[in-house]
Each structure stands twice: as C-alpha cells, then as structure tokens.
Design a protein around this ligand. Structure first.
Ligand code: ATP
Length: 280
C-alpha cells in the first residue's frame, strides 16, 4: 500500500532498452497494481529480464517507469530500492555463510543506522519473526543460508525484500529448479504477497503460471504482444503463432511441452518446427 493508502502500482510507459545498437526492449507499456499476480512470459530473448533490469536501473532505460508517483528512470539502483522496489535473481543472492536470521537482519538493516546493525537474538524484531513465519523459514533461523534448499534460498531472498518493506516485488524465474512441493509453497506465498504488494513474476514454467497467475503479459522480440487472463492469452492468435513458432529458439521437445501446457496443440509445433530444422 502506498503512503496515501491508495493501492500501490508500477506503471511502465514506452520503455526502450538499447544495448549498443541492439533494441532489447522496444516500446513496452506495462501497468501492474497491488492485488494482481502478474506473470511476464515469452520466448527466450523476448526482453523479460531486461525489462525488470530496467526497472531496477540494472539496464539503461528510456521512457517512463513510475511507482506510486515516483519516476524511476534516471534514478540509481539504491534510490529505487528506497522507493520500495525489490527484485530477486535467477540465482538467489543471499549471504551463504550467514544464517537465515543474519541475512534478514542485514536486509532490514538497510533501513537502520549502522550502530544498530548488530543485534542479539533476543532482539529479533517482530517484523523479522513475522517474515520468517510467512516464508516458512522459522525453523531454519539459525541455519546457514548456504545449506538451504534452492527453494528455501528463494524464499529467503523474498523475505529479505519483505523486511526492507518493498512494495514492488520483481521475481525472476522463482520456481526454476524447485521441487513440486516447493513450487506449491511458492505459489501460495506469492498469492499471499500479491494482496498487498505489486508482484511481477518472470517465468517459463507454464504449469505454475496456469495454477497461480491472475494476469499475464506476453512479450516477444522486445514488445508486449498480448495481455489478459491465462484463458485470454491462451486464446490469442498472436500468442499461439509465437509459441507455435518458437521452435527456432528452443528444442522441438521444449516447444511442444510449452505449447501443451499453454493449452495449444503440440502437434502443430511439430509442423512448425519441421520447417526450422536448422535449429533442431
Ligand atoms: N547486457 C546486455 N548486452 C547486450 N545484449 C543483452 C544484454 N542483456 C540482454 N541482452 C540481449 O537482450 C535480449 C533480451 O534478453 P533478456 O535476457 O531480457 O530476455 P528474456 O526474455 O529474459 O529471455 P530468457 O527467458 O532466456 O531469460 C537478448 O537478445 C539478450 O541477448
């Protein structure tokens, strides 16, 4: 929730990201509000990660990115974090030699004065206890992050954003490499978080998307090509064409599985794929 109690939002307008002369993101508009659980999907190289990199100033952005009235384009990453925008990476960036509690304490410390940074266990803040509970990490508070499972590391990273009071959570392939149980727990966690955060999930896992997405934005070649509910994007002819034609960027088997999970006819991919035999 924004400070004036209106729902938080992230509004991207006409975003362009150019690397040398290569246009990776080409005029993207995207508005996501608190209460939604938005998935950002598209074939490899579509510009999904570059879009969230641009929001957090990790890629050079042109256009406008507004969070609750604050323009983010032109701001440095640390300032954007202060505005409440947080992100995770495909490989969790936690401090492996520190415990869960220490990781959370350091993240929370980004909002504290340096002399208050070192705290004893007795002083664990109610907020950190609450975040460990929400992320299912309470039992692991003294466990070193390095020995956590892949899923638990992702949850710790999300927890680190929560204790920083992030209002926007940009999550890059959070369930990649997770077990089925971890996927379900993550889906439930994201559903809970979406009620009072702006949540954007970049994902390739179509089964996860079909189960948890409330809305979907589809990108291809740097542009948004469709947006709507899962059912709406599944029925979209441009999306069908892009997915049926993705055999050029994936193996034929991967494209077939993805098409099937999206509710499309995998055999149509085989026909499309057979015309792109140079890739297969
Ligand atoms: N720092 C960079 N310099 C040059 N080109 C880049 C850079 N970062 C990304 N690109 C290119 O921009 C395009 C979009 O990449 P991006 O990683 O955003 O795609 P994506 O949709 O996230 O794909 P994937 O699903 O494979 O992660 C790709 O062609 C990529 O090679």
């Amino acid at each position: 929730m924004s400070r004036d109690h209106r729902p938080s939002y992230l509004e991207i307008r006409d975003l362009r990201v150019v690397f040398d002369k290569f246009v990776a993101v080409d005029g993207v508009d995207l508005r996501v509000e608190q209460g939604d659980l938005r998935f950002l999907i598209g074939p490899n190289g579509a510009g999904k990660t570059t879009t969230i990199d641009a929001v957090t100033a990790l890629a050079p952005a042109q256009g406008s990115i507004n969070h609750n009235g604050h323009e983010l384009v032109g701001r440095k990453t640390h300032k954007i974090v202060r505005y409440g925008v947080g992100r995770t990476f495909q490989t969790a960036s936690v401090f492996e030699d520190l415990t869960v509690l220490q990781n959370l304490d350091i993240a929370a410390g980004l909002r504290r004065r340096p002399r208050d940074m070192v705290r004893t266990r007795q002083e664990v803040s109610p907020r950190i206890l609450e975040v460990m509970e929400t992320t299912g990490l309470s039992r692991h508070q003294e466990t070193k992050a390095g020995v956590l499972s892949h899923g638990q590391k992702q949850w710790l990273e999300i927890g680190m954003l929560m204790v920083q009071d992030a209002t926007v959570l940009l999550l890059d392939e959070p369930v990649a490499g997770m077990s089925q149980g971890e996927r379900d727990a993550t889906g439930e966690l994201l559903t809970k978080l979406a009620a009072d955060h702006v949540v954007v999930v970049v994902e390739h896992d179509m089964e996860f998307l079909r189960k948890y997405a409330q809305s979907v934005t589809v990108m291809a070649a740097g542009k948004v090509i469709a947006e709507g509910t899962v059912a709406q994007v599944q029925a979209d002819s441009t999306v069908q064409e892009i997915y049926l034609g993705t055999a050029g960027t994936k193996s034929l088997e991967e494209a077939k599985v993805e098409a099937e999970l999206l509710g499309l006819d995998p055999e149509a991919v085989a026909v499309s794929g057979s015309t792109q035999s140079k890739e297969n």
